[in-house]
Design a protein. Structure first.
Length: 421
């Protein structure tokens, strides 16, 4: 098909079909795994038709095989079964369709399924899809609960009845889907996407009753596990019974053992919450009463103190202390003044006794004269003054002025008189 075509030289349909057939024929025989979604086995025909679908993607392929091959298949092949087909791709030129001509069909056994689930579990765990740190807590009281389950199933009834028994006002948005078979995974993915986009939905519950490994196989699908991991809304897994652990249980934010358990855990019990409120109210009342009693006792103790029982008593006591201190200070000042007065009187007496006034009072005189340089000096002897010197004689309280002459000095000296006269 490397030849170039043009509008002037186009290929006829048979040429295109032939070249496609040549390319498909080069592929040879292959082993293909898938899930049987449609099965057509008509009596009297030599060829049986079935549709093989990829469980992880919306891709399917038509398979043809001899009727005898399906009739000899044990146990009988049914829709939803996992099989491995060996065949050769065939292109039917007259219809322009592609089909897989099978010559051998094998059922995927339980052991093989469990081994594949285990390999997928290790892969998802290595990528961190099972980490506890990423799991979100459920809201205490969700506004709306999204429920993904089978239509009119026991799982749906268990979740609704138990949740409403615990909280009658709970609101549900139910998305009914196939919970087993070829259509289970696509429908669950669609419902999960719808509920995750709804802003009113605070938590999503995926519920299904018990079943075999093949029945629960959609809940170990890799695509579904990754979709649950990518949800922004917390997801609760309630698949099967306690021993059943599909991979979605490890990826979900909360794993419940049964749908009944999920109905009890997504909402609180209204009776328990009312009792809890009553208990907290009683505790708060007791705490408030205890606080009031303590404060009242404290006020009583404060009021019983002397300072509050008789407020004027401390003031009177302080007034007495002030009066006592004032009198003590007055006495100290008076005593100090008297002591100082006595000291002054003693000093005055000594000055009086030793001073010149006392000497004059006994009849003595003090004579002073003025020197040539106008200084006043005490005359101790007549010879100390020269003739013509003015003398000042103090006798008692009066002062007499005199002048010393030469004759007086001679007569004084001749008589041997004393300046004391």
């Amino acid at each position: 098909m490397t030849e170039q075509t043009t509008a002037e030289q186009p290929w006829p349909v048979r040429t295109v079909a032939r070249k496609i057939n040549e390319w498909i024929s080069r592929l040879g025989a292959v082993w293909v795994e898938g899930q049987v979604t449609q099965l057509s086995l008509r009596p009297g025909t030599q060829t049986a038709f079935l549709t093989l679908r990829d469980p992880a993607a919306d891709v399917s392929m038509t398979v043809t095989c001899p009727t005898q091959l399906l009739r000899e298949f044990q146990p009988p092949l049914t829709e939803g079964a996992r099989v491995i087909v060996h065949g050769r791709p065939t292109f039917f030129m007259n219809r322009g369709t592609l089909s897989l001509r099978a010559d051998e069909i094998r059922a995927v056994g339980i052991g093989e399924l469990l081994a594949r689930i285990e390999r997928l579990r290790r892969l998802l765990a290595a990528e961190g899809l099972f980490e506890r740190s990423r799991k979100r807590r459920l809201p205490f009281l969700p506004r709306t609960i999204g429920l993904i389950t089978g239509r009119a199933s026991a799982a749906e009834r268990d979740v609704l009845v138990n949740a409403r028994a615990r909280w009658p006002a709970v609101d549900f948005r139910v998305e009914n889907v196939a919970v087993q078979g070829a259509l289970a995974v696509p429908q669950i993915l669609d419902a999960l996407s719808i509920l995750d986009r709804d802003e009113r939905v605070d938590v999503i519950v995926i519920a299904r009753g018990g079943g075999s490994v093949e029945d629960l196989l959609p809940f170990s699908d890799e695509t579904l596990c990754r979709a649950v991991y990518a949800c922004r809304t917390p997801v609760v897994s309630a698949i099967g019974h306690e021993p059943d652990t599909p991979l979605i249980d490890h990826v979900a934010d909360l794993r419940c053992s049964t749908p009944t358990d999920a109905g009890k855990r997504v909402v609180p019990d209204v009776a328990e919450e009312i009792q809890r409120v009553r208990t907290l109210r009683d505790r708060a009342r007791r705490a408030l009463h205890g606080w009031v009693d303590r404060e009242r006792r404290l006020l009583d103790q404060l009021r019983s103190r002397p300072v509050l029982a008789d407020p004027l008593k401390p003031l009177e006591r302080h007034a007495e202390q002030v009066e006592t201190a004032r009198q003590r200070g007055r006495r100290e000042i008076i005593s100090l003044v008297k002591a100082e007065q006595s000291a002054i009187d003693g000093t005055k007496a000594r000055l009086t006794t030793l001073g010149p006034a006392a000497t004059l009072a006994r009849g003595y005189a003090v004579v002073q004269f003025v020197t040539l340089d106008e200084n006043l000096r005490v005359l101790r002897s007549v010879t100390d003054a020269s003739p013509g010197t003015r003398l000042r004689v103090r006798v008692g309280d009066g002062a007499v002025h005199a002048t010393v002459s030469q004759e007086q000095e001679s007569s004084e000296s001749g008589r041997g008189g004393s300046g004391d006269d």
